[in-house]
Design a protein around this ligand. Structure first.
Ligand code: HEC
Length: 274
């Protein structure tokens, strides 16, 4: 198997970290894969989503429909991307690839939840604001106090007045009005893991997930495996994925809709017991 220079560097960093050796890795061959399609959502914060004149789905949202319930069809997304690729919803310019699949596997044991993402990060981005990191992968897990978290996924953190939205204050991070999300991020430079939160503001550290990450690149495919504390048997946790590809920063990520992750319980994704 031919491995790129990048993957060798990543493997080196893993060895240096050492602590990862303490974790018993799941047998991924026995864990079901589910494609979650991420997409470039442009400037469509929660305020846009819930406004009738902007989003035809807003009435259905109020009736309790979820984003994925309306927009995921046959395992893929039903957007035509005309508005999302247009100046109307993306004034700076949209990436060449509007959507791509992230193969997602989830396993758990008494101590931990393991989430493995496998994806090709597309080139052709319109914003290369993060000079340091070619790629970042982020997971958000909503707590029980986030309203409609199981319907709206990460959109409760995405606001029109937050950093990198047109005309917004550069220092105002993403936030959640009620409740909070755990934020876990892998950044390619130095194979770094962040364990933070999105509550009244976004914090990149001080989180409670106990996150660890392992990542490798083979050809053009990234495999990123997160380990975090088991949130509790029988729990259904709303979660979402964001990938910053091609040195993208801020809102120029590809994001998933919201999904329910079942740990010893049913969900859109059911974690496999190890
Ligand atoms: C009740 C069904 C319904 C729900 C729930 C819903 N939408 Fe929509 N959404 C629609 C319809 C209908 C359109 C317009 C279709 C079109 O433009 O092709 C649309 C348009 C969009 C667009 C514009 C892209 C496009 O195709 O024009 C985005 C982005 C979007 N929805 C995201 C979301 C997200 C994120 C959520 C959850 C926060 C959500 N939607 C919830 C029905 C829904």
């Amino acid at each position: 198997m031919s491995k790129s220079i990048v993957s060798v560097a990543v493997a080196g960093a893993l060895l240096a970290l050492g602590s990862t050796a303490a974790i018993a890795a799941p047998d991924w061959g026995k864990v079901a894969k589910r494609d979650i399609h991420v997409f470039h959502a442009g400037v469509t914060p929660i305020e846009w989503m819930t406004k009738k004149s902007d989003h035809s789905g807003s009435a259905g949202m109020r009736k309790g429909e979820s984003c994925a319930g309306c927009h995921e069809e046959k395992g893929s997304l039903n957007f035509n991307f005309k508005r999302l690729a247009d100046k109307e919803l993306e004034p700076k310019g949209a990436p060449k690839t509007m959507t791509f699949p992230v193969s997602t596997q989830v396993a758990y044991d008494a101590a931990n939840l393991y989430i493995r993402l496998t994806f090709k990060a597309p080139a052709g981005g319109a914003d290369k604001g993060d000079k340091d990191n070619e790629v970042k992968a982020t997971l958000l897990f909503a707590d029980a106090k986030v309203p409609q978290a199981d319907q709206y996924g990460c959109w409760q953190t995405c606001h029109t007045d937050a950093r990198s939205m047109p005309g917004a204050d550069d220092k105002k991070t993403k936030y959640s009005k009620d409740g909070a999300y755990e934020l876990v991020q892998w950044a390619s430079k130095g194979n770094k893991v962040s364990d933070g939160s999105v509550g009244a503001e976004r914090k990149m550290s001080g989180g409670s997930a106990g996150a660890k990450v392992e990542a490798s690149k083979s050809g053009d495919t990234y495999t990123v495996t997160f380990t975090r504390k088991n949130p509790g048997d029988g729990k259904v946790v709303p979660f979402g994925i964001a990938i910053h590809a091609d040195n993208a920063s801020g809102r120029f990520h590809h994001v998933s809709l919201g999904y329910k992750l079942g740990v010893g319980a049913d969900g859109d994704l059911k974690a496999t017991k190890q």
